[in-house]
Design a protein around this ligand. Structure first.
Ligand code: NAD
Length: 389
C-alpha cells in the first residue's frame, strides 16, 4: 500500500520536496499530500520589491495549481495548527491528516527578542500579504502628508540591517523619490533610517562588499545608525539604546528569525531560537519518519556553524528530503546533507547588488544584480514555473 507522505508548507523547501518525490515515486509507492496556507507559492527572496511597490503581488507569486498541474500531488489549502508526532497526525484548521512520513517546511517566524512594543507597533515582511500592507501604508503616508504635515509620516525606519533589512532599504531608497514626485511632497522631509545593533551592517559578510553597500545606500540618502539597538517601540516612536528617539509612522522590523511555533509545540528537539535539530539525513532528532527542512531547521556545517536560512539551502534540503523519503519507503540507504554553496547575493535596490561568490569573485553593482536575477530564473526553471509567470 502506498505510504502517506504529508508535506507541510509549499515554500522553497516543501514545494521542491513534493516535486522531487513525485518524480521518484510511483503512486503505488507514495500518496503525496501538500498543505499550504495559500494557493500560491511565494518568492519570498523578492518580498522587498512589492513592499515598496516596485513589483506587484503577481510578479512574486505563482499559483500552486499551475505548478502542480495534473501531477498526482494532492494539494490542500489550509493552515497547520499543530502536529501530534505520537499519533502521527497533523491538525489543520479545517481537518485532520494522518501520515506515515511527515515533512515540516513551514518557514520561520519573526524574532522580536522580547523588545517592548516591537511586535505590536512594527511591520514585518515575511509574506506577500505583509509586503502589501507595507506598500499600502507607505503610499498612504505620502498621500496624506500635504494634509497633515507631520514629519513622522515621511520618516521610515528599518530595524535590523541583515540581508532582509538592507534589501528593503535599497528598494526604499530607489522608490521613495518617485513617491515624492507623485504626491508633490518636499524631498528634504523624506528620511530613511537603517538601525543596526551590531558594529557593522550585514554582520559576517565580506567587509569590502559591506563598505560598498553602505556607501551606495548613503549616496541615495539612507542614514545608518550602527551599533545602535532598538530597545523599545511605542506608537509613533522608536527608542534607541543611547536614549535617542525617532518619531516615525513606519517602523519595519527585519531584526531576525526564529523557529516556528508548530515545531516547538510538537516537542521536537530545538535550539534556543526554536529551530529543529536534525540528523545528517535531515530527519528530526530521534524520529525516523519526520523531516524538518528549510528555515524551520537548524543544521550545522562541518565547521559547527548552522547553515543560514536561505532559499538555496531550503531548495537543497527539499531535494534531499525527497530522496531520503523515497529511500526509506524502498528500504534503501539514506544520503547525508552536503549542500553546494553558491555564495550570497544581496540586492541594494533596482540595479545594484553585491555578491560574494568566492574569495576571488565578488562582483558588485549591475553585474551582481544580474546574477541575483539569474538565480531567480534558474529556481523558476527548477520548479517548472519558468513560463507560468
Ligand atoms: P538576520 O538575523 O540576518 O539580521 C538581523 C539583523 O538585525 C542583524 O544584523 C542583527 O544584528 C540586527 N538586530 C537584532 N536585534 C536588533 C535590535 N534590537 N536593534 C537593531 N538591530 C538589531 O535576519 P534577516 O536579515 O531577516 O535574514 C535572515 C536570514 O535570511 C539570514 O540568514 C540571511 O542571510 C537570509 N537572507 C538572505 C538573503 C539573500 O541571500 N539575499 C536575503 C534576506 C535574508
Amino acid at each position: 500500500m502506498a505510504k502517506k507522505v504529508v508535506i507541510l508548507g509549499a515554500g522553497y523547501a516543501g514545494l521542491v520536496c513534493a516535486l522531487k518525490l513525485n518524480k521518484l515515486a510511483t503512486t503505488q509507492d507514495a500518496e503525496i499530500i501538500l498543505v499550504n496556507k495559500h494557493d500560491y507559492h511565494q518568492l519570498i527572496t523578492q518580498l522587498h520589491e512589492p513592499a515598496v511597490g516596485a513589483k506587484k503581488q503577481e510578479d512574486i507569486t505563482i499559483s500552486l495549481n499551475s505548478i502542480l498541474g495534473s501531477k498526482p500531488i494532492k494539494f490542500i489549502k489550509d493552515t497547520v495548527v499543530s502536529i501530534n508526532k505520537e499519533a502521527q497526525t497533523v491538525e489543520l484548521e479545517h481537518s485532520t491528516l494522518s501520515y506515515d512520513y511527515l515533512v515540516v517546511a513551514l518557514g520561520s517566524d519573526t524574532e522580536f527578542f522580547g523588545i517592548p512594543g516591537l511586535k505590536e507597533y512594527s511591520f514585518t515582511m515575511k509574506s506577500v500579504n505583509q509586503a502589501n500592507r507595507i506598500r499600502e501604508h507607505i503610499e498612504k503616508c505620502f498621500q496624506n502628508y500635504n494634509k497633515e504635515k507631520r514629519d513622522s509620516m515621511l520618516t521610515f525606519v528599518v530595524g535590523g540591517a541583515g540581508f532582509s533589512g538592507i534589501e528593503l532599504v535599497g528598494e526604499l531608497a530607489d522608490k521613495l523619490p518617485e513617491l515624492t514626485a507623485k504626491y508633490n511632497v518636499p524631498k528634504d522631509k523624506v528620511k530613511i533610517y537603517s538601525v543596526e545593533a551590531a558594529p557593522s551592517i550585514m554582520p559576517g559578510f565580506d567587509p569590502e562588499l559591506v563598505e560598498f553597500s553602505k556607501k551606495s545606500l548613503e549616496d541615495r540618502g539612507v542614514k545608518f545608525l550602527i551599533g545602535m539597538p532598538v530597545v523599545q517601540v511605542e506608537p509613533g516612536v522608536v527608542h534607541l539604546k543611547n536614549g535617542d528617539t525617532i518619531n516615525t509612522d513606519t517602523m519595519i522590523w527585519t531584526g531576525g528569525v526564529r523557529g516556528v511555533k508548530q515545531v516547538i509545540d510538537a516537542g521536537f528537539e530545538t535550539e534556543p531560537r526554536g529551530r529543529a535539530k536534525l540528523d545528517e539525513h535531515l530527519r528530526a532528532l530521534g524520529h525516523t519518519n519526520v523531516w524538518i527542512i528549510g528555515d524551520a531547521s537548524f543544521y550545522l556545517n562541518p565547521e559547527g556553524r548552522p547553515y543560514p536560512p536561505t532559499a538555496q539551502i531550503s531548495v537543497q534540503m527539499g531535494d534531499l528530503a525527497a530522496d531520503n523519503i523515497y529511500a526509506s519507503i524502498k528500504h534503501l540507504k539514506l544520503e547525508s546533507f552536503e549542500p553546494h554553496l553558491y555564495g550570497a547575493v544581496a540586492s541594494l535596490g533596482r540595479k545594484v547588488a553585491v555578491a560574494n561568490l568566492s574569495p576571488k569573485f565578488k562582483p558588485k553593482g549591475w553585474v551582481a544584480y544580474r546574477i541575483k536575477d539569474a538565480s531567480k530564473w534558474r529556481y523558476l526553471s527548477t520548479i517548472g514555473a519558468l513560463f507560468k509567470k
